[in-house]
Design a protein around this ligand. Structure first.
Ligand code: NIG
Ligand code: FE
Length: 417
């Protein structure tokens, strides 16, 4: 795919997509299934969605300007949403992968000053343009599988200027690619070398940067890495108070490597999501259920770090906690650029049903980002959808290493492929 920079042209007059097998993820029926569906797209939005045989009479008045597309029974789903990525960074960690294969743990490497901090050094050394070009290649790989919205975290700059640079690169991706982008400030990702031994002073600095990031329109949410190799619950709480004072929603890397009580803490702040959660306790589950916080599971990181402790999926399900799935794309724990592969891994590794996995990259992923205009296909929502060379979405959770994406529509416009 090639996309020229600059403003996108105005949406075309309108389209009528007919004879789709539709997984709308509207409530009421499994998959929000409509066997023979039509979608009327106008001005970047869905004007009407339903059984083809029940097209509203109003559509007739628009026929002269509507482009009609017969899908001949192809599957249509919402555009996929990757609700947790670290897409903007310099360098790679292939050598660290080799070290881990020889027995070093992710935590050992982090404590020795490698891990996230080695990516911080490479990110600081990279130009804005190099960061943008590398991230655009990654974004296009996700988009090639039908991703239409992506969340992108900072967290590899760890100075005021470098964090702002990374967030600005993420915003630029949203302007120059046909892709919805939500940005998250993750300055509390690791302790930078300048603050060695002074984590509280670093948290004070990260708090001080937030208002400027918000004024510059660079941040939609605030995240932290609450972990023995990250920040303590008390430090996380101070950051969250600052986010709350600015009206910014929070989310948390919680209970990935140990139980820090981070999920319950984040839930007290009404967190959009708690992410990873392999070591989540029953108390954490109860707090998330009460707050309506999404459990964002990351099977790519679980797999790549060769974890053995599974997130408590059955208990999350029983408590009614919404579950989402994402790539967690990052150079250290999940260098994965396939959300379709995550569908398969969520089923095989975490025992989600194919429908739960799909909800995790559509309706619940939108919820994890606080977005109400996407993740389902219904009148009044964004026209973000994918046409697949498949008949049913369960096929996409079943095959892996296979990309049957045929056409992608984002904001009512077909994405060039
Ligand atoms: O989501 N856990 C913290 N952050 C990332 C990994 C970052 C890195 O290793 O570079 C994660 O797994
Ligand atoms: Fe992450």
């Amino acid at each position: 795919m090639n996309h020229a920079p600059g403003p996108r042209p105005a949406p075309p007059p309108g389209q009528l997509w007919r004879h789709a097998r539709l997984a709308s993820f509207q409530p009421g029926t499994p998959w929000g299934w409509v066997e023979d569906a039509a979608l009327w797209v106008e001005g970047g939005q869905l004007r009407w969605v339903g059984p083809d045989a029940e097209l509203p009479p109003a559509v007739d008045g628009h026929r002269p300007t509507l482009q009609e597309i017969d899908l001949l029974g192809a599957l249509v789903t919402p555009g996929l949403i990757d609700a947790h990525t670290h897409l903007v960074y310099g360098g790679d960690r292939a050598a660290e992968f080799e070290q881990r294969l020889q027995g070093a743990s992710y935590e050992d490497i982090a404590r020795a000053g490698g891990g996230i901090r080695s990516t911080v050094a490479a990110t600081r050394a990279a130009s804005d343009e190099a960061l943008f070009q590398a991230a655009a290649v990654r974004a296009r790989a996700l988009m090639a599988e039908g991703v239409t919205t992506v969340e992108i975290k900072s967290g590899y700059g760890l100075t005021e200027a470098d964090e702002a640079r990374c967030l600005a690169v993420a915003r630029r991706l949203g302007r120059e690619l046909p892709l919805g982008v939500r940005t998250t400030s993750l300055a509390a990702h690791a302790l930078p070398p300048e603050y060695a031994g002074q984590p509280d002073a670093y948290i004070d600095a990260a708090i001080a940067w937030l208002a400027g990031q918000q004024r510059a329109g660079l941040v939609d949410a605030v995240d932290a890495f609450c972990e023995t190799i990250g920040f303590t619950p008390t430090q996380t709480e101070r950051l969250f108070h600052a986010a709350q004072a600015l009206g910014l929603p929070v989310k948390l890397h919680a209970e990935q490597l140990s139980d820090q009580g981070g999920a319950a803490l984040a839930a007290r702040f009404g967190a959009l999501s708690c992410d990873h959660l392999e070591h989540l306790s029953p108390a954490g589950i109860a707090a998330m259920a009460q707050a309506g916080t999404v459990a964002l599971l990351l099977p790519g990181a679980y797999y790549f770090l060769r974890e053995t402790k599974l997130p408590p999926v059955a208990a999350l399900r029983a408590a009614g906690v919404p579950i989402a799935i994402a790539t967690d794309h990052n150079p250290g724990s999940s260098p994965c650029l396939s959300l379709l592969l995550m569908l398969n891994m969520a089923c095989t590794l975490f025992r989600l049903t194919p429908e739960e996995a799909w909800r995790g990259v559509t309706v619940n992923a939108a919820r994890a980002l606080g977005l109400h205009d996407r993740g389902r296909l219904a009148a009044g929502l964004r026209a973000d959808f994918v046409v697949w060379n498949a008949e049913h979405p369960r096929e996409l959770a079943y095959r892996y290493g296979h990309n049957p994406c045929r056409r992608v529509v984002q904001g009512g416009q077909e994405v060039a492929r």
